[in-house]
Design a binder for this molecule. Structure first.
Ligand code: ZN
Length: 202
């Protein structure tokens, strides 16, 4: 998921994870429209797979974004990384963070995730995507979700998240199923982020 449009570009946190930045593919690339292949559990923990995860973490942090799915770097696998760092939240207005129910999310690696809504409450906010660079639109999401997946070590995990972290999960797992937020957005709100910035400054 893309950063908020006003996120300062100077923010950099050294990752020291040994990963390499990979090119983020943009909408129109067929890999973003495919259902990604499930990860074979035998792959988990291999050198190649570990490197892929490190590269995804590095790419997400450099972008910067709060999530990245493997198809976004051209790899059609059911794999996503998520992280919303405290340092990023501190750069945002308190009201902005509170309204979105946004809170820090530790680095989370999800393999072969499945998702279901919790309750029937829906929330709508502007959402962007590193693969639809430069744009955002009002997008409705479930307020809470329950996710089952494997973690980086291949252990089963379950997450029950609300608010912005739940939005990130929905956005990233959508990527693994060939969906982008533009499939779910209110099309009349689709905007260049520079225009949103201008409106925000008024
Ligand atoms: Zn995205």
């Amino acid at each position: 998921m893309a950063k908020r449009w006003k996120m300062p570009r100077v923010l950099r946190v050294g990752t020291k994870n040994g990963g390499m930045f990979r090119k983020i593919v943009q909408t129109g690339d067929p890999v973003l429209r495919k259902v990604a292949e499930p990860v074979d559990p035998a792959q988990i923990g291999t050198k190649e797979f570990e490197r892929l995860i490190d590269d995804m973490i590095e790419t997400m942090r450099k972008a910067p974004g709060v999530g990245l799915a493997a198809p976004q770097i051209g790899v059609s696998l059911q794999l996503t990384v998520i992280e919303d760092r405290e340092e990023m939240l501190e750069t945002l207005d308190d009201d902005y963070v509170e309204e979105r129910n946004r809170s820090a999310v530790p680095l989370t690696v999800l393999i072969n995730p499945t998702i279901e809504p919790v309750g029937d409450s829906r929330v709508t906010f502007y959402e962007g995507c590193l693969s639809v660079a430069g744009f955002a639109a009002m997008t409705e999401r479930w307020e809470g979700v329950h996710v089952r997946a494997l973690d980086r070590q291949g252990n089963p995990i379950e997450l029950r998240w609300k608010g912005w972290p739940a939005r990130i999960l929905q956005h990233e797992i959508d990527h693994l199923n060939g969906y982008l937020y533009i499939d779910r957005m209110d099309t009349r709100t689709f905007a260049d982020t520079a225009n949103l910035n201008a409106a925000d400054d008024e």
